[in-house]
Design a protein around this ligand. Structure first.
Ligand SMILES: [Mn+2]
Length: 307
């Protein structure tokens, strides 16, 4: 059975405390449990103070078979940031600009070039989702159409190659939208003229949606994952409804991270939908102890709080 662990972002101390709280012990340099495995939900790097130490826990667990891991948007971004665009020599698939430089800065500061290279090659091998017996795991959004497109492309490109990354990183290319959806979630534009400030202080005109729900009959505020910030009680526009999908209540449970649902006690989003990313920059790291149940339970969240 599996223990799911949300976005670590270089918070190795919290990771070790959470593993220990879940009964994992270090032996021959690798955390392990006699009966269980971890599934890491991606976003291991950037932001936090102990990125190397976090990777030194996660990667050996995966390589020794004590854990599975999927890719987060920060891993894909890092790969693209260091992959030169074959069509535009001297340019990288992820643009070098102040915003993108800032996102990866802590990782670049904390890892030496050899470590970074080795880590990126490992990242390239990570799956973008897992569809296992009894559960599904993805970084941000389970979307059948996007997943089918990406699966076909992985086959065609032979994995997360430079050509795959190029298609995923350039607006207008075939993989841009599907990869955005699964790694960053679905968004919906607010009615004209409306905007809000996100938790980072950025002005936003799009909401991050509760993609697992049907938007029919909802307002922008109720359909948003971070609803407290949304200044709009208008009913969701028909164009958003037409483009939306939802996650069937009868489908296998799905686990994801990414959303940084801070300031509250971890809580299921639906009986078969669990986000386990709760604002770890303040030292909060969340997990879910899964024992095969198809109806998830709030009692199975496990978390540690930083100092
Ligand atoms: Mn993320």
């Amino acid at each position: 059975m599996y223990d799911l662990i949300g976005d670590i972002h270089g918070n190795a101390d919290e990771l070790i405390r959470l593993l220990e709280a879940l009964g994992y012990e270090k032996a021959q340099g690798v955390y392990r449990h006699p009966e269980r495995k971890v599934i890491f939900l991606g976003d291991f790097i950037d932001r936090g103070p102990k990125i190397r130490e976090a990777l030194e826990v996660v990667r050996p667990m995966v390589e020794a078979g004590h854990a599975l891991a999927i890719m987060g948007n920060h891993e894909l971004n890092a790969l693209a940031y260091y992959t030169e665009d074959p069509e535009e020599p001297g340019q990288y698939l992820r643009r070098r600009n102040p915003k993108n430089d800032k996102q990866i800065r802590k990782t670049v500061e904390q890892l030496n070039p050899q470590e970074l290279r080795s880590y990126l090659e490992w990242c390239r091998t990570l799956p973008l989702w897992l569809d296992l017996k009894g559960l599904r795991v993805i970084h941000a959004c389970w979307d059948e159409v996007a997943i089918a497109q990406i699966a076909a492309a992985l086959e065609e490109h032979g994995g997360v190659t430079t050509s795959f990354l190029r298609s995923a990183c350039r607006k207008g290319n075939a993989l841009f939208h599907p990869v955005e959806v699964i790694l960053k979630g679905r968004e919906a534009k607010l009615p004209d003229g409306l905007s809000f400030h996100d938790s980072g202080g950025n002005v936003r005109t799009e909401i991050r949606t509760r993609w697992y729900l049907s938007p029919r009959g909802q307002t922008y505020r109720t359909y948003a994952l971070h609803s407290e910030a949304i200044p709009c009680d208008l009913t969701i526009d028909e164009s958003v409804i037409q483009a939306a999908t939802s996650y069937p209540t009868t489908a296998k449970p799905v686990f994801f991270g990414h959303y940084w649902l801070s300031d509250k006690r971890p809580e299921l989003l639906a009986e078969n939908v669990a986000c386990i990313d709760y604002g770890q920059t303040r030292g909060f790291l969340c997990g879910y102890r899964w024992n095969g149940e198809q109806t998830l339970s709030n009692a199975n969240f496990v978390w540690v709080q930083g100092d």
